[in-house]
Design a protein around this ligand. Structure first.
Ligand SMILES: *Cc1c(COP(=O)(O)O)cnc(C)c1O
Length: 322
């Protein structure tokens, strides 16, 4: 990837003249089966541009109450777009229920915001969503005039897990966001794909959001490298996550779940801080989250690393404890 940076041809992307960005946008659009693509500086910015492109002020998005756009993007669609977000219950598999989605679509009445967009996610905290269920949701809301957007930050984990082309999974969506810097391992950037007209609108919005970058080829080269080399290998991350979960499952007091490249452990409250310190002393850092704690595998985690984490967690649970 570093060598790809050295070799990248650059130009001014605000004028559409950066050959590497142009190649990345065309490559992503082809990969996702859409007419056009746009390179943005982050997945959050890409979701925001998509929401602003689909919805005018006072219009409404339906989405899951655990989805990233609702929970983890600082309310950007509402703050910067005057867009209403109607969160719906996300079930234990990360999915929304069709009857609840349909019931949330508002009637044409001056009291209500105008429901405009359904925003879905895949994977949802590692959980792969059923493409058939997404298709049914989208077809049902499209009859009511809604658009469908996919927050596919981790879409490629779903594609690899399902062994399906990403373009098939997202075929019914109007717009798709794909993050280059999560499992795909680029340092920065995300792609937004959709129709030519939608991407033209999103390009103006990207500029408005301060995301028009000039000689962006140096980072686009990383994205191209990631799309060319780092998709199929996500299967290794999934396998290692499973190894990690299997190792932890030998510990009776520590409930564990595994979805694609994510492992969730649920230490008792009294173990949280001591476990974190025990691991830190062995040079293993885990986040200060509320349980369940999320452990994520990625291209910098090898088999030896998994063994080391499993041994360290096991050694903690062998100690005498309160
Ligand atoms: C990480 C993530 C984003 C946003 O990514 P940033 O790089 O933090 O902007 C959006 N959606 C999902 C599902 C994510 O996991």
């Amino acid at each position: 990837m570093y060598r790809a940076i050295l070799d990248a041809g650059v130009g001014d992307d605000v004028y559409g003249e950066d050959e590497t960005v142009n190649r990345l946008e065309a490559t992503a659009a082809k990969l996702l089966g859409k007419e056009a693509g746009l390179f943005l500086s982050s997945a959050t910015q890409a979701n925001l541009a998509a929401m602003l492109a689909h919805n005018a002020r006072g219009e409404e998005i339906l989405l899951g109450d655990q989805y990233h756009i609702f929970v983890s993007e600082a309310g950007g669609a509402s703050v910067l777009g005057g867009i209403v977000m109607h969160p719906l219950p996300t079930d234990e598999f990360g999915a929304l229920a069709l009857p609840q989605v349909l019931a949330a679509i508002k009637e044409d009445d001056p009291h209500h915001p105008v429901t405009r967009t359904l925003a879905l996610e895949n994977t949802v905290s590692g959980r792969v969503q059923d493409p058939e269920q997404h298709r049914q949701l989208i077809e049902a809301v499209r009859e009511q005039g809604l658009k469908a957007h996919l927050d596919g930050a981790r879409l490629m984990n779903a594609a690899v897990a399902l062994n399906l082309p990403a373009a098939d999974i997202v075929a019914t969506f109007d717009s798709v966001m794909l993050c280059l810097s999560k499992g795909l391992g680029a340092p920065v950037g995300a792609m937004l794909c959709g129709s030519t007209g939608f991407i033209r609108t999103a390009r103006r919005l990207r500029k408005m959001l301060g995301g028009g970058m000039r000689q962006a080829g140096v980072i686009a080269a990383c994205g191209l490298y990631a799309l060319d080399n780092n998709i199929a290998r996500l299967a290794d991350d999934h396998e290692r996550a499973q190894q990690l979960a299997d190792g932890i499952s030998t510990i009776e007091e520590l409930p564990v779940k595994c979805f694609t490249n994510m492992v969730f452990i649920e230490p008792r409250d009294s173990d949280l801080e001591p476990l974190r310190i025990h691991l830190q002393e062995r040079r293993i850092l885990i986040g200060r989250q509320n349980p369940p704690l999320r452990l994520v595998t990625h291209l910098d985690i090898d088999d030896e690393g998994i063994d080391r984490v499993v041994s360290a967690i096991q050694s903690y649970y062998r100690l005498p404890r309160k």
